[in-house]
Each structure stands twice: as C-alpha cells, then as structure tokens.
Design a protein around this ligand. Structure first.
Ligand code: SF4
Length: 223
C-alpha cells in the first residue's frame, strides 16, 4: 500500500465508519445479559470460547446465580460444573468467584463503573472492562480489541501494531470517542460475517473499495 497521509487515513476511516454503520445498523454485544453483573460474568466466560456457547451456558447459570453473593458463596466445584463447556473452566470459576467476593466486599455487590476499579477485579483485564463499561454503562473509556478487531484493523491498514494494548491506543487516536463501543461491534460483526480469518469474502465486502487488504492472501475461490 502506498504511504497514506494522516489526513487521507482519517477521511478513509470516516467513510469506513459510515459504511459499517449502514451495513450493521443493529450491531450490538452478542453476549446475552440483563445486568452489568451478567455481562461481566459472560465476558469472563467468553475467553477462548464462542459467544454462542457462552449464551447456552449462561441461560441456566443466570437463573441459578442472581447476585455477586450467589457466586461468592457457591461451592467452587458446583460453579466449575455449571460453566464446564466454556473451556478453561477451573480458572474461570476461580476468577468469577474471587471477582464476585471483591464485588461484595468492596462494592456492595455492584459492578463498579471505572476502568481502575474494574481491572482490580480477578479475571478482568482492560478488554473485559471495556466491554462492561461500553455495553452495560454506555461509557467509552477505550476500544475493545479482540481477535476480530485486531485482524480487521490490520487488514484495513489502520494500524501496524500487534499487541492489543498498542492497537487500542492507535484506534483511540483515530476513531471518535462517541463511536468507540460501536466501532468494536462493527468490526466484530464484519469479522464474523464477511472478513473471516482464513477466507475473507473480499469480493462481496461492503467496504472493499476502502480496504487495502493488508496481508490478505488472494485465492481464486471463496468457500
Ligand atoms: S475487503 Fe477483504 S480484507 Fe478488507 S474488510 Fe473486506 S473482507 Fe476484510
């Protein structure tokens, strides 16, 4: 890709944002939840697991555990069993329980609304905190960088960074703050529906004309 000026990049990004908005007007967090606590637990469970699988597990989990105290006081083996199919279940159960104990002890059982307080909880990194702040509270503190956001940001020529933290900092500088949460949803939805990791459907892509397709290996067929 020929070197792009900052101005040209900003203009291109503006068009990408507009096109993604038109393509995915209903983009939203695909983890089912009815409260900040449910979203926090679902996001911890979503590590190395599909949202679809997490939603199957949380359907029953959220009926059984309704408060932070319920998770804090549950027998660990019982909690492990309940989330077993999301993978890494021992670690996740341990983190959810330790996290919920802190919610009870420090936050009156409520999920806090700041990045600092959230990232002090067990199992909660910057990505999980961004998901909760953006989707449960409507607070744009950062950009969620998951595998889709990282891959698409690279292919779209928005960043050359490789770590989620550095990618996030570049995206924060490029995307208007009011759109940080939506931007992640748009890239995640586009990554799942069009810009697949192994076989991106560039031919039918809604933002094809705006994408330099960095690192995409051209093949003759789409499967
Ligand atoms: S043109 Fe291809 S690489 Fe670029 S966003 Fe679309 S599917 Fe992804």
């Amino acid at each position: 890709m020929p070197r792009e000026t900052a101005q040209a990049k900003a203009a291109r990004l503006k068009k990408i944002l507009g096109a993604l908005d038109r393509t995915y007007p209903k983009a939203h967090c695909e983890l089912d939840h009815r409260s900040p606590l449910e979203l926090l637990v679902a996001t911890i469970l979503s590590a190395q697991c599909t949202d679809k699988r997490v939603n199957i597990v949380t359907r029953d989990l959220f009926k059984k555990y309704r408060s932070a105290a319920d998770y804090a006081n549950a027998p660990l083996a019982e909690l492990e069993q309940a989330i077993r199919t999301t993978g890494f279940f021992r670690n996740k159960a341990k983190n959810i329980q330790a996290c919920c104990r802190k919610l009870v002890e420090r936050h009156n059982g409520q999920v806090p609304r700041t990045m600092e307080e959230l990232t002090r909880l067990d199992g909660v990194g910057r990505k999980t905190a961004n998901v909760v702040l953006g989707n449960a509270f409507g607070i744009n503190v950062g950009v969620v960088v998951d595998t889709h956001v990282a891959r698409l940001s690279h292919r779209l020529g928005l960043t050359q960074q490789t770590t989620p933290e550095k990618i996030e900092q570049e995206l924060i500088a490029l995307v208007p703050q009011a759109q940080w949460t939506l931007f992640s949803h748009w890239l995640i939805w586009h990554g799942r529906r069009r810009c697949d990791a192994r076989k991106p459907d560039c031919e039918h892509c809604e933002i094809k004309k705006l994408c330099p397709q960095i690192g995409v290996i051209k093949t003759d067929t789409h499967g």
